[in-house]
Design a protein around this ligand. Sequence first.
Ligand SMILES: Cc1cc2nc3c(=O)[nH]c(=O)nc-3n(C[C@H](O)[C@H](O)[C@H](O)COP(=O)(O)OP(=O)(O)OC[C@H]3O[C@@H](n4cnc5c(N)ncnc54)[C@H](O)[C@@H]3O)c2cc1C
Length: 468
Amino acid sequence: PRPNHRETASAGNHPHFQPGTGRPDREDRRLLPVPQTRMERVLADRAAELGVEVRRGHELTGLSQHADAVTVEVVGPTGRYEISSRYVVGADGAHSTTRKLAGIEFPGAASDDIVTRIAEVAVPNEFVDPATGGLNLPGYGHISPMYHRTERGVFAHARFPSRPDLVFTVEWATDGIDTDAPLNLEEVHDSIYRVMGADLPLRPPEGRGPHRLDRSIGVNTRLADRYHDGRVLLVGDAAHVHFVIGGPGLNLGLQDAINLGWKLAAVIHGWAPPGLLDTYGAERRPVGERVAMHSQAQLALLAPGAEVTALRELFTELLRDQHTAAHIANMMAGADICYDMGTESTHTLIGRWAPDLLLDTGNGPVRLADLTTTARPLLVDCTENACLATEADGWRDRIDIVTAHTSNTAATGLLLRPDCYIAWATDSPDPGPHERESMRTALTTWFGTAQRPSQRRPVPPRSAAGPR
Ligand SMILES: Cc1cc2nc3c(=O)[nH]c(=O)nc-3n(C[C@H](O)[C@H](O)[C@H](O)COP(=O)(O)OP(=O)(O)OC[C@H]3O[C@@H](n4cnc5c(N)ncnc54)[C@H](O)[C@@H]3O)c2cc1C
């Protein structure tokens, strides 16, 4: 879906960055807070559109791998049954049964002394600062939206359109908690009081529930020791868990799925080059490792104590440097990912997520993003004589080819994988034989061998104005 600008916030507004300096260094990168329920609805609608059957209330209970198939045992509302398929993707969350049944270890670190509490609540309107959405807490003062650390813990408050306010606390003491008793508003209130030293009256939110009220003891940072084992693949929290700060979890999981989706489709449709599926774990596990690293680092910076306060002061000084702030902002946004595309070409965009260029295709301006909705590989040829399109003729059955003009001189030719990472690029207006050969190599590396002329069937021309 297109960004809803009412919900769009730049990384520069994040309290961990100095305003105005901590933006990811590209304007097309923004933090876009989207409720998970909305995201799930969008994905469910798209799955339905594609004819995917989603079976709710069916539980995976067994899994066995064979040479050419994998069989899963499922318990559904009407009993137990089996399904065999060529691959299984475990997207079954942190306690993934798929991962356990496939014998994939989940090593990492556990911080058992931490308790987090999260609740949907109503706070007195007179406490909310209409200008910032933050809180004016009597006895404490102004609190910016989102995370706020004191020497005793962390408090966060967030206001969302058409949803109840969220409050969240983190404390580094688990003594005396009755873990059998469900969390209630009084316990949340007392936790806020301990962290802030001030009283924030809480009421249940208006409207029909159930309203969120969760307590969680311990923080796990874990990464599957492999994302791919034979015919089993893991995505999302099944492959990685980490502290929630900064909210990178959903993006990380979606990017796993987008990275894996087209590769698995290529294997199933029979055009995948050898080893394509292995690149899934090779690319995504290091990204998961990096998120684990920065969420642990942030957890350390939130801990109580005078030494941590001193460390935060040092970090605050460092973040005044624009390059450091941009480095951190890019890391938090996942905008620093650069995959190894296995090419000798050195164009700076290779391996990176495609910029949303504005292209002139002869039918008016079109955004590059709008050309990628077919989820097929895409070659954008802005060279003077459209020589790249000719060169890629043998791959037309698998890739979309668009010839266009762009005022952006950074790239005259871009080869995008379906996950929108750039496999190859040039800035030459008239690429020579060596460059064209390097594009052919990239096409073969990612999209398999070219069809011989005798194998080719006519492909309808790609509409430049939008998806086919
Ligand atoms: C308190 C909290 C706050 C968070 N805040 C944010 C945030 O602000 N931003 C953000 O990006 N992320 C946030 N996250 C993380 C985010 O929720 C997860 O990263 C995301 O939900 C992972 O999605 P997933 O599909 O991989 O797993 P899940 O959302 O856990 O989904 C797994 C699904 O698999 C199903 N399942 C499990 N076992 C089986 C089985 N045996 N058979 C069949 N089905 C099964 C489950 O029922 C579930 O539907 C937060 C997490 C928590 C706990």
